[in-house]
Ligand binder design. Structure first.
Ligand code: ZN
Length: 98
């Protein structure tokens, strides 16, 4: 999982998760206070991991299973939530200076 690029302090899973939930809010290292922003590739990767399963489920699996729209919606939200719990392990943050 991500460490501070400056002092190597380990970022917390919760800090990374909340950053992602708050549309990639920059993270300040709890030790040295340096601001880290999510990398462009990670941002793309996160959207991909959330959107692709949602689209596949919404357009392929749910109609096949005859699920109603509200049920489909709730399942997609739950899926996105569960996937997001793993994202802190995958994303990269960068110290941009300043
Ligand atoms: Zn630090």
């Amino acid at each position: 999982m991500q460490k501070c690029n400056v002092c190597k302090e380990q970022f917390k899973w919760k800090e990374l998760l909340f950053s992602i939930w708050r549309s990639y809010k920059p993270i300040e290292c709890s030790h040295c206070g340096k601001r880290h922003v999510i990398s462009f590739v990670s941002k793309f990767f996160v959207s991909f991991l959330i959107v692709i399963p949602a689209v596949v489920f919404g357009l392929v699996i749910a109609p096949e299973q005859g699920l109603s729209k509200p049920v489909t919606f709730v399942i997609i939200v739950l899926m996105a939530f569960v996937i997001s719990l793993f994202l802190p392990l995958l994303v990269k943050y960068e110290y941009k200076g300043g």
